[in-house]
Design a protein around this ligand. Structure first.
Ligand code: AMP
Ligand code: MG
Length: 479
């Protein structure tokens, strides 16, 4: 497949025109390539293209519109920090349609009907962050959108500083959000709500298409996918930062990367979003917030699904769907093959110990993956080793009940606990260089992102704890 033979589907446009607005991209001035991901290109059948092809820049910039593409922006609403915003939508994203089930979208392509008072643009730093982090999340085994490439330009935009505008091309199996449902519910357009639900079932839950009870089962599966997604975020130490309902994927994916962060030292209360003064979206609150967001989704679905049945499913989320999903992923991180009831306490105690230990979250589990009853390597990485020591007493007892050999346990743990995650300071270093015209660190981070569980001796320094001065970076949403 070449850029000329790409075959776009535009199923979303078969919906009523209240679901979207036809919008042409507004190109940036003097665009240049920052990075291009050949692995992602293969997802849409682009085998032979290289990022050096100038038309790739034109594709992202909107000056080359492939045959059959009719660009559009999607409409949605959402609860932002708990407050309902009736009309959000793709304020800076333009959709091209889908290929092989991947919906292509350029973010930063200029004003749309949904831009409100903003400029429809995205800055270079946040675009590089989304580009790299979505790739890292994918290779960590976390459902996520992907990104094909990113371009910069000479177009200037006003943020905290004057920045250069960029465009990132994102791909997703679905761009529908909880907030898309809220839009039609709050405007009392229940027929469109039902049409949307049918569309989403066909696209993201096709096995339910002919089920008589499909609407309730659809809601149930959204709840289940969300529980698993958030459990994975928590286990890997990912903080999203802006879990508004418009940033919650109906397909259970990580979407809309903004001021996200990986945990440095474990801290339940860590907040990565500068505007989140109350800590609504802190690391530790993410499971509760997703419950709240699912509750808002259930409210929006009341015209077509029985309220009590949905409430029961939401209760299940809190009572066992989320807790079990979390315990399952943490068991894997601890290398526990058997499922024992006592594991819940072991894991709860571990979270308490980590909170007091001042230890790099990623480093702790990677070091634990080599554990052979010598505790020194773990004591060396914690500022408060006593709590680690106390917890290891419990862990040793629990390991004694395992039937798997130590080396098999270690092997599994090394495939579960990454050596490399993209910390904010690493992203920032690559961004600083990119802004001086040097994109080499972006390629390095792309490589690291694709090999989180491997030993990469030349990048060993990135596996160390975050340098003290770079810990707990808090970023702003406006980018
Ligand atoms: P976010 O929380 O970044 O996903 O964005 C929340 C809403 O604001 C979405 O509807 C975005 O499309 C919109 N938005 C954010 N930044 C801009 C911008 N620079 N121009 C237009 N709309 C924006
Ligand atoms: Mg968003």
């Amino acid at each position: 497949m070449t850029l000329d033979t790409l075959n776009f589907q535009t199923n979303y446009l078969s919906l009523n025109n209240e679901f979207y607005d036809m919008t042409d991209p507004t190109p940036l001035d003097d665009p240049y390539l920052i990075s291009f991901n050949t692995h992602v290109a293969k997802l849409i059948g682009l085998e032979s293209i290289s990022g050096d092809d100038p038309r790739f820049v034109d594709l992202l910039n909107g000056t080359f519109i492939p045959r059959g593409v009719r660009p559009f922006s999607m409409c949605y609403a959402g609860h932002q920090f708990g407050n309902y915003a009736p009309r959000l939508g793709d304020g800076r994203a333009i959709n091209l349609g889908s290929i092989n089930g991947w919906h292509l979208q350029t973010k930063g392509s200029g004003e749309t009907l949904y831009s409100r008072t903003s400029d429809g643009r995205a800055a270079v730093p946040s675009s590089i962050r989304e580009y790299l982090m979505s790739e890292a999340m994918h290779h960590l085994g976390i459902p996520t959108t992907r990104a094909l490439g990113v371009i910069g330009s000479q177009t200037k935009i006003v943020r905290n500083n004057i920045e250069q505008a960029a465009i990132v091309m994102r791909l997703s199996p679905s761009w529908v959000r909880f907030g898309t449902f809220e839009y039609f519910y709050y405007f009392k357009e229940y027929d469109k709500l039902q049409t949307l639900t049918d569309y989403v079932i066909a696209e993201s839950y096709p096995h339910l298409k002919d089920d008589e009870d499909r609407y309730f089962k659809f809601f149930s599966e959204v709840v289940e996918r969300t529980a698993k997604l958030i459990a994975k975020w928590q286990s890997i130490g990912f903080c999203h930062g802006v879990m508004n309902t418009d940033n919650m994927s109906i397909a259970g994916l990580t979407i809309d990367y903004g001021p996200f962060s990986m945990l440095d030292d474990f801290d339940y209360g860590f907040v990565c979003n500068k505007t989140d003064k109350a800590g609504r979206y802190s690391y530790g609150e993410q499971p509760n917030v997703s419950y709240w967001n699912l509750t808002m989704l259930s409210k929006a679905l009341t015209p077509i699904i029985d309220k009590e049945r949905m409430q029961k499913k939401l209760d299940d989320y809190g009572n066992f769907l989320y807790p079990n999903a979390y315990i399952d992923v943490m068991r894997q991180k601890l290398g526990l093959d058997l499922k024992l009831d006592e594991d819940v306490e072991l894991i709860t105690d571990l979270v308490g110990a980590l909170q007091d230990a001042y230890v790099d979250y990623t480093n702790f589990f990677r070091t634990l993956s080599h554990y052979d009853s010598d505790r020194m390597p773990l004591f060396d990485i914690a500022m408060n080793p006593v709590v680690i020591h106390n917890w290891l007493e419990l862990y040793d007892k629990r390991l004694a009940k395992e039937t798997r050999s130590q080396s098999d346990r270690q092997k599994e743990m090394l495939k579960t606990n990454p050596k490399y995650v993209l910390k904010n300071y690493m992203l920032q270093e690559a961004i600083d260089l990119a802004q001086k015209g040097d994109f080499s660190s972006i390629e390095t981070l792309l490589h690291i992102a694709a090999h989180p569980f491997d030993e990469l001796p030349e990048f060993e320094h990135f596996a160390h704890e975050t340098p003290e001065e770079h810990k707990n970076i808090c970023l702003s949403c406006s980018s």
